[in-house]
Design a protein around this ligand. Structure first.
Ligand SMILES: Cc1cc2nc3c(=O)[nH]c(=O)nc-3n(C[C@H](O)[C@H](O)[C@H](O)COP(=O)(O)OP(=O)(O)OC[C@H]3O[C@@H](n4cnc5c(N)ncnc54)[C@H](O)[C@@H]3O)c2cc1C
Length: 319
């Protein structure tokens, strides 16, 4: 074990869950490294405006990420971004993480916080028109559709909230949803229903995307009677849930059927010394606050684990 490459804790993921864990770990004088495939901030940096993070009335996701990163670094946390993990061995008292260029990092404890990503419809034309009319991020792409007519797919909180926010840009927003009811909070449903720029097509789904350089129309299938109609549109925003970024964790920790990491109340996984936090764990509500809360619990449990292990190892040396 190379001491300079050994950490008390390695956190995988630099979203709010990983950054919160990094803040708590490094403040507790744990030698900590946050490793991230992408840049710091995770999904937060896709968020133009955050108005529900307690204590901060209004902030952009990017700014919040910058502050969280600064806080973690100020306590001595190292952050390595754009790091591709090749393999991991999480069993035993020393965990190994293998990166490209034959770099091996070791840690006493690992916190998994890889977050998630948008689910796709998986219908013909979707891959073709991604970034050319199809978007999964209203904040990122809403402006491109100023004065246009767009479709929003989905019936949960994200779909309805983003449909409302997209009316700041688009002239008309049509929400297409597969069921006859929404799976969103009442206030989100009310706000969408009250908005005169939004119309709804229920019990329907997009079955194909068509166009040339960009989308020109979609096929909409009525799921009650099976009829197919062509619906002209300038763009489509898809908000139909997410997939946890846990492919690299298959056979490493226990994942449930949805691929989410199963954790106990202290965020421990089925492997000793391995914890998980944020959008990648099995839970119902996925927000910055919940990710930060999970990251905090995982860090505190990890600190406890590392300290107990250090005491045991010291006792063995002195015995
Ligand atoms: C458009 C949009 C708007 C949102 N608006 C809000 C809002 O207003 N308020 C709110 O509370 N929540 C909002 N959310 C949700 C919130 O952003 C997420 O719940 C939160 O970011 C989840 O945090 P996380 O740390 O678990 O994961 P993420 O933010 O997804 O971060 C995961 C991190 O893990 C890294 N990673 C992934 N795979 C690997 C790997 N194999 N190896 C190494 N690193 C990896 C990623 O690069 C990233 O750094 C929004 C989400 C989106 C997409």
């Amino acid at each position: 074990m190379n001491a300079s490459n050994h950490y008390d804790a390695i956190v995988i993921g630099a979203g709010p869950a990983g950054l919160a864990a990094g803040i708590y770990l490094s403040r507790a004088r744990m030698k900590t490294l946050i490793l991230s495939e992408g840049i710091t901030g995770g999904q937060m940096i896709l968020t133009h405006e955050i108005a529900n993070y307690p204590g901060v009335e209004n902030i952009s996701g990017y700014q919040l990420a910058v502050i969280m990163k600064k806080q973690a670094v100020s306590f001595g946390c190292e952050i390595r971004t754009n790091a591709a993990i090749q393999d991991m061995n999480l069993d035993g008292p020393v965990k190994s993480i293998f990166l490209a260029d034959n770099i091996t990092l070791t840690a006493t404890s690992v916190i998994l916080a890889p977050g998630g990503r948008s689910r796709t419809l998986g219908v013909p034309g979707e891959d073709n028109f991604k970034g050319r009319g199809i978007s999964y991020c209203a904040t990122c792409d809403g402006d491109f559709f100023t004065g246009k007519e767009i479709v929003v797919v989905g019936g949960g909180n994200s779909a309805l909230e983003e449909a409302v926010s997209l009316t700041k840009y688009a002239r008309k927003v049509t929400v297409v949803h597969q069921f006859d009811h929404f799976q969103a909070f009442e206030h989100a449903i009310d706000e969408a229903r009250r908005n005169p720029a939004i119309q709804f097509i229920m019990e329907s789904m997009i079955s194909a995307f068509h166009g040339n350089d960009s989308i020109e129309h979609v096929d909409i299938k009525n799921l009650r009677n099976g009829t197919l109609s062509q619906f002209p549109t300038d763009g489509v925003f898809i908000f139909i849930g997410y997939l946890p970024n846990t492919e690299f964790l298959k056979n490493k920790v226990f994942l449930n059927q949805q691929g989410e990491i199963a954790v106990k109340a202290d965020m421990s996984t089925n492997i000793d010394g391995v914890y998980a936090a944020g959008d990648s764990i099995a839970k119902r509500f996925r927000q910055i606050t919940t990710a930060v809360g999970d990251g905090t619990v995982a860090a505190l449990a990890s600190i406890n684990y590392v300290n107990e292990l250090k005491v045991k190892q010291q006792q063995l040396i002195t015995a």
